[in-house]
Design a protein around this ligand. Structure first.
Ligand code: MOS
Length: 734
């Protein structure tokens, strides 16, 4: 190993930073082909029913309009299936496959034109009449629309979490908390909109799209159009944010592909923000009852977590809230019960930290309440309920540094200055000061990889690997891992990711990106070093380029495979087929989660009751940190999101008309610069080499887990109000 020290890798800049700042990085909709056609969608104005008549004549008459696609002329479509049901789509329904309308905002026509302006004008001139049916868009539905998850096929994959005798232990507990919570639907709003550029070359198809799941798009389109996946290439080098919204085949892709085939020209379809609210997944509305039982010493003995979560009428979105509440603390008796509430919406899905953010809110609010009931400091109470064993499986946890997160966070924050009584801390201007703490956790998963690594005698290293860059810094991680192993500068590591032409591109989500690419890349680098050492004539030691030159070779390549612990070899077939194939967090001999402790200060202004969050300290146990700069950035992003989740974000539903009302960034209020104060991030940075050879766990999603309850606990400390419905607004603390 030559030249590059560990300290030089300690804080490498993002390898794609300069390209992003200069605008040379290409996102999906940046692609501009010669002769490109623009498309725009018209959408349904009813919440449920069917189209009776569809008048496209005015749209067709707009100068420059070449094609109007509707259910009447789109041709046969096979079902691509639901990503969590063995398929590829964010939902099983494909718009325009029939006259049926399943939700307000569902596309009813695509207008393709020479210019974007003509396409938009044409889409605005589509006239439909409908037969309307009764519908529901809230959790208040008739009983027959509420389904126990355990009565659906999901139970084969996600059984209800039942450990010990929760009801008996709760009944006998000396301290009982019984709390109900509600959370609104929320929408991811990545800066980059959903967009596709579809381009046919004879019988082959190239799709440019920013996605987290290039292979799912490829196989989903192949399935829907009944053509061979070999004819399709999906290219997605960068995505301008994903957060679970781009985790599968989206509804616009197939429409753009069909329009491009009809017109024999490339078609670009960018879904505007207001349509994205209706035609991509979102965090479903949920309501919860959490009962927590403890001894007067503070030892927690029982928890019962009951959840109702919104799903669509056409798919069951699999719920995993109890998987989190059962594991945050050492609770011997636990019972989870999850029910799906069928509503007339698009299928909800995985918005960043999908279950854990909400589940941690319920548990960590109750734990804070318990601390007041038993008269213990909330940090001490959590330390007293720590564990090294997974409470559900009783397997060892491969690592859990919750105590260190709490102790270091308390010290950085100055927690020992806290006065326990609510309302007891004030600023000179009279504002109430609240200090709150909460834990977060997120499972550690990993996905199979097929990796090709090639070194050249000029010093470049090329890696083909499965992964998608949506801002989290996957190329920087690869540059750091490969660069350090091979002794080359990170910028000489050229990664091909998000391109189905190179190697299979598994969905990048679930915070498994680094824990999947880092160990696989390290394995490939070791294989390359072995192969270099075996070259003849025997090369001297040095960089791969030096060794290649000594051996008189231009280049050398290796290919390796890596799968998760306990996965069968058949997992590679699933990988090649574009199916979701993660392992974990339960492995054959251990269980792996990441953890975080958030300490939050809020100020509640005395007169206006405005809530501010001037200061957050977050200490993270995510195993080894490969790229401190992008990792800290992930955590800050998660904290900002948590501020939004606690105090701002809600998708407003109108039960009279269906759909979502505040479908733009003016009215869907997220946390902005002025809402964010200091965010101090520290990593425990202890490698978990039981989980993988590099020692990395998950990070991107655990960052958000626990932020919102820490804020709510701080609001309680400031005001004495225990608020269990998000978002918390001024009127709740008047
Ligand atoms: Mo993430 S919500 O699994 O993309």
């Amino acid at each position: 190993m030559s030249g590059i020290s560990d300290s030089e890798f300690a804080d490498i800049p993002r390898v794609d930073a300069i390209g992003k700042v200069r605008g040379t990085v290409r996102f999906g909709a940046d692609d501009a082909r010669p002769e490109m056609i623009h498309a725009s969608l018209a959408t349904a104005s009813i919440a449920r029913g069917r189209i009776v008549t569809l008048d496209v004549s005015a749209a067709e008459a707009v100068p420059g309009v070449h094609l109007v696609l509707t259910h009447e002329n789109i041709g046969p479509l096979k079902t691509h299936g639901f990503i969590m049901g063995g398929g590829y789509g964010f939902q099983s329904v494909q718009p325009m496959e029939s006259a049926r309308i399943a939700y307000r905002g569902q596309p009813i026509a695509l207008v393709a034109a020479e210019s974007l302006e003509a396409a938009i004008e044409g889409a605005g001139l589509i006239r439909a009449t409908y037969e309307c049916e009764a519908f529901n868009v809230t959790l208040d539905v008739p009983d027959e629309d509420i389904v126990n998850q355990a009565d659906t096929p999901i139970k084969e994959v996600i059984p209800e979490v039942v450990v010990g005798d929760a009801d008996g232990a709760f009944a006998g507990a000396s301290v009982k908390i019984d709390a109900r919570f509600t959370f609104p639907p929320q929408h991811q709003n990545p800066m980059e909109l959903l967009a596709t550029v579809a381009e046919w070359h004879g019988e082959s198809l190239v799709i440019h799209e920013s996605t987290q799941a290039a292979e799912a798009i490829r196989h989903g389109v192949a399935t829907a159009l009944d053509i061979s996946a070999d004819r399709i290439r999906v290219v997605s080098p960068f995505a301008g944010g994903g957060f679970g919204q781009k985790n599968s085949l989206q509804m616009q892709t197939i429409l753009a592909v069909i329009a491009a085939r009809r017109l024999k020209r490339p078609v670009k379809l960018v879904v505007p923000r207001w349509q994205v609210f209706h035609d991509a997944s979102f965090r479903p509305a949920t309501r919860h009852r959490l009962r927590l039982g403890a001894e007067s010493s503070g030892r927690m003995v029982a928890a019962i977590h009951e959840v109702d979560a919104q799903t669509s009428k056409h798919d069951f979105f699999p719920l995993q809230y109890a998987a989190t509440t059962s594991r945050l603390h050492n609770i011997e008796n636990f019972r989870g019960h999850e029910r799906l509430v069928r509503t007339d919406v698009q299928t909800p899905g995985y918005m960043r930290t999908p279950f854990e953010h909400v589940a941690c809110f319920t548990m960590e609010s109750c734990v804070d309440e318990l601390a007041y009931r038993v008269g213990m400091d909330p940090v001490e109470l959590r330390l007293a309920n720590d564990t090294a064993t997974d409470p559900v499986t009783k397997l060892p946890l491969s690592s859990r540094h919750v105590a260190e997160c709490l102790r270091r966070g308390a010290e950085r924050f100055g927690w020992h200055h806290r006065l326990a009584a609510p309302g007891s801390m004030r600023l000179p201007d009279g504002a109430f000061v609240g200090w709150g703490v909460a834990l977060g956790t997120y499972p550690c998963m990993t996905v199979p990889q097929i990796v090709r690594l090639k070194a050249t005698d000029e010093g470049d290293v090329f890696i083909d690997i499965g992964g998608h860059e949506m801002g989290q810094g996957i190329r920087t991680v690869l540059g750091a891992i490969i660069g350090r192993k091979l002794g080359v500068a990170p910028e000489r590591v050229i990664a091909s990711i998000g391109d189905t032409l190179v190697v299979p591109q598994h969905l990048t989500a679930g915070a498994w990106g680094t824990a999947s690419v880092a160990p696989a890349a390290a394995h490939a680098a070791d294989a390359l070093l072995d192969a270099l050492a075996k070259l003849a004539p025997a090369p001297r030691r040095g960089t791969p380029a030096e060794m290649l030159r000594a051996a008189g070779r231009r280049e050398l390549a290796v290919e390796i495979q890596r799968k998760g612990p306990g996965q069968p070899d058949a997992i590679y077939d699933r990988l090649r087929a574009g199916l979701v194939s993660p392992a974990g967090p339960e492995y054959p001999h251990s269980v792996t989660f990441s953890y975080i402790a958030h300490f939050v200060e809020v100020h509640v202004e005395e007169r206006t009751r405005r809530i501010r969050v001037p200061r957050v300290v977050s200490v993270v146990d995510c195993g080894r940190v490969i790229s401190p700069r992008t990792a800290a950035s992930q955590v800050r992003g998660g904290v900002v999101w948590g501020i939004g989740a606690a105090l701002r974000e809600a998708s407003e539903v109108d039960p009279r008309y269906g759909g979502f009302l505040n479908a733009d960034l003016a009215e869907y209020v997220v946390a902005v610069n002025a809402d964010v104060g200091s965010i101090d991030v520290e990593f425990i940075d202890v490698p978990d080499v039981t989980f993988n050879s590099v020692g990395v766990k998950s990070l991107g999603e655990v960052a958000l887990a626990g932020v919102a309850p820490a804020i709510a606990n701080a609001v309680f400390h400031a005001t004495g109000r225990r608020l269990r419905d998000l978002p918390i607004r001024i009127e709740h603390v008047l």
